[in-house]
Design a protein. Structure first.
Length: 341
């Protein structure tokens, strides 16, 4: 008996992945909600990673936006990369941005870098949005939280009459809004810049995308999501219609996000966002194409944040109905001009 037990222990030490593959299970973060998945019993260390676990993590992120794995205290940088499919260390490390999160705010200006307002990482870049992962290495009492909102739930919560209007809107962002202090100058509800913030200059617009965006899930289905970052908003224009000025754009976007429930404090299963209180060993990652997030003080925790540049299904086509309408109109015009000539 002792000899047989010794052989089993030896085999598991040589092949720990075989034991990890049998133990993990994926469950909803909140009962009755399809936003967010928690993996229980999973060990994300590289030596324990299996193809089944990695595929399950990826599919969960694509279909549910957010993945939470607890008790990952021994997770290293390479383990985080491997968990999300970054197997080639030397190549992928150059494509990641690594940021240490401080446990204290030594100056008020640091609040800008802590993401206190609703935002998505990489929003001011015209390239594909990254997948963000955060590992909490240490947390103290009242460690603070992170709130993550589902863009799909935001869209689903809109009144039917408003869905038609938002599907025609394009939002543009301002690089000016990245000036230190701009993010803190928000109205109390956090959905609109304060009235004291001046209008951006025309040269400050850097990026435009549809307010309603399409994202492809793990099953190849297109999902609609309401995607806007009010702290960086430059203006709103409607396909085939009006172009709103800065103040009118801010007000309109705030009304839309409020109607969707982004300003709600409720964290019930039916709410549009999920609040996570940090504990040592927590590991979270999400798809920035379909979620917004913000940090909640206090900041009595430390951790590591990575931005993963991954090839995701439908990433090159994650636009929306407004862009599709505009493109079709341009095609129709070109065809008509060719016929007339």
């Amino acid at each position: 008996m002792a000899t047989r037990l010794h052989r089993i222990v030896t085999r598991l030490r040589k092949h720990p992945a075989s034991m990890a593959a049998r133990r993990f299970q994926a469950v909803p973060l909140r009962e009755g909600s399809d936003f967010g998945i928690e993996f229980r019993g999973a060990d994300l260390r590289r030596k324990c990673m299996t193809a089944e676990l990695r595929a399950s993590l990826r599919a969960a992120m694509l279909s549910h936006g957010l993945v939470v794995v607890r008790q990952q205290r021994r997770l290293q940088l390479g383990d985080q990369m491997a968990a999300l499919g970054d197997d080639s260390w030397d190549c992928e490390l150059k494509r990641l941005r690594q940021t240490q999160l401080s446990s204290r705010l030594e100056a008020e200006a640091l609040a800008v870098d802590r993401g206190l307002q609703w935002h998505a990482d990489g929003i001011l870049s015209s390239q594909h949005l990254p997948v963000t992962s955060i590992q909490c290495s240490a947390a103290w009492q009242q460690s603070g939280q992170i709130q993550i909102a589902s863009c799909q739930k935001l869209y689903d919560a809109l009144p039917v009459s408003m869905k038609s209007e938002v599907s025609k809107a394009m939002v543009r962002y301002s690089k000016w809004a990245t000036v230190p202090g701009a993010q803190r100058r928000m109205q109390p509800h956090g959905l609109c810049l304060a009235d004291t913030v001046p209008d951006p200059r025309p040269s400050d617009a850097v990026y435009e995308h549809p307010l309603v965006r399409w994202v492809v899930d793990a099953d190849g289905k297109y999902r609609k999501g309401l995607f806007a970052v009010p702290a960086f908003l430059y203006s709103v224009r409607f396909v085939g219609g009006a172009l709103l000025d800065a103040k009118a754009s801010r007000k309109w976007i705030a009304q839309v996000l409020s109607a969707a429930g982004l300003d709600s404090d409720s964290d019930a299963p039916g709410s549009v966002h999920y609040s996570h209180r940090w504990r040592s060993g927590d590991f979270l990652f999400w798809d920035n194409r379909c979620v917004l997030h913000r940090n909640i003080a206090p900041f009595s925790w430390t951790g590591m944040r990575l931005h993963h540049i991954l090839e995701l299904p439908g990433a090159s086509r994650s636009e929306g109905p407004a862009a599709a309408t505009e493109l079709q109109a341009a095609v129709d015009t070109a065809i008509q001009q060719r016929r007339e000539s």
